[in-house]
Design a protein around this ligand. Structure first.
Ligand code: C2E
Ligand code: MG
Ligand code: MG
Ligand code: MG
Length: 284
């Protein structure tokens, strides 16, 4: 019996786990290759102003054009990229790509703002420093005003000095800060008075089920009211139906993003959408 227990105690590596581990190793080495072989792509998802229907913001979302697996979404590789630190190089690649694109867009769409995700791992990495991004803007002659950095609540709860100084540097460069997936992280709201935040993005888990007077609707209304009183604008994520849009617009929500308007699309598709939907741009 002792032998049995002893064996069980050390038999933690099952065939299934072994397969998972192999898959993971494969993924890690593929990810390295992906960066060198230029297999990442940037898709843009429009963010719509609810009062007017105008589009002058978009979120940049990474995809991986894998040679055999096809187009792979970020949920399938960002977590591993974060664990291995590869996210720093991938994130820098994405930012450079978006910045180069902005050089072209700036002429036609001077007030366009692109939102870029930056994970806590990127903020905390010794290799990553927001000065890379800011220097890039300077090299390209771009203003920070055309960029929003999306961060998570968790980053602010455990904000060390280096994180605070990076956020300040971004804001000094004119970049805006958005809290992504608001409401899904920690319940403490204390960080809202410690940091200058420009946008709150209500997570899809709140917006996807709203109906009049539902508890999710009450939560959305409360988030919107609180955000406005604190001087922040609100972007609702995951808006898929006319009803959700109408409810959010009536609740004074500023912007919406979701499949109702568009999935994340390529540069060409996004330009077509911009050209089709508007003739004048205003910065908000
Ligand atoms: P996120 O930043 O919260 O991005 C929103 C996600 O919701 C996107 O998924 C988007 O495609 C999806 N979405 C938007 N509207 C709808 C809708 O109406 N219905 C549904 N069902 N989904 C909707 P995606 O592109 O798969 O990205 C997943 C996450 O990966 C992102 O969540 C973000 O956290 C992360 N991510 C993406 N690109 C980057 C990046 O360049 N850097 C970092 N660090 N993370 C990234
Ligand atoms: Mg985001
Ligand atoms: Mg989000
Ligand atoms: Mg999310």
């Amino acid at each position: 019996v002792a032998k049995e227990q002893g064996r069980n105690r050390y038999q933690y590596f099952t065939p299934v786990m072994q397969e998972e581990a192999l898959k993971r190793m494969r993924l890690i080495s593929d990810l390295w290759g992906a960066l060198n072989d230029n297999q990442f792509r940037v898709y843009y998802q429009p963010i719509v102003e609810l009062a007017t229907g105008a589009i002058f913001k978009a979120e940049a979302l990474i995809r991986w054009q894998h040679p055999t697996r096809g187009l792979v979404g970020p949920n399938d590789f960002i977590p591993v990229a974060e664990d291995t630190g590869l996210i720093v190089d991938i994130g820098d690649w994405l930012f450079n790509e978006v910045a180069s694109q902005m050089v072209k867009w700036k002429q036609h769409y001077p007030n366009l703002q692109v939102s870029v995700n930056k994970s806590p791992v990127q903020f905390r990495s010794v290799h990553d420093n927001c000065s890379n991004w800011i220097e890039r803007l300077e090299q390209l002659g771009l203003s920070g005003e055309n960029f929003i950095v999306e961060i998570t609540e968790g980053l602010l709860l455990d904000a060390r000095d280096s994180v605070v100084s990076q956020l300040n540097a971004f804001r000094e460069a004119g970049m805006k800060i958005a809290i992504d997936d608001f409401g899904t992280g920690y319940s403490s709201l204390a960080y809202l008075r410690k940091f200058d935040i420009d946008f709150v993005k209500i997570d899809r888990s709140f917006t996807s089920n709203i109906t009049p007077n539902s508890s999710d609707m009450v939560l959305c209304e409360a988030i919107i009211e609180m955000s406005h009183k604190l001087g922040m604008k609100v972007i609702a994520e995951g808006v898929e139906t006319d009803e959700q849009r109408d409810l959010l617009r009536n609740a004074d929500c500023d912007f919406a993003q979701g499949y109702l308007y568009s999935k994340p699309i390529t540069v060409d598709q996004f330009e077509q959408l911009l050209n089709a939907t508007q003739s004048n741009f205003t910065l908000n």
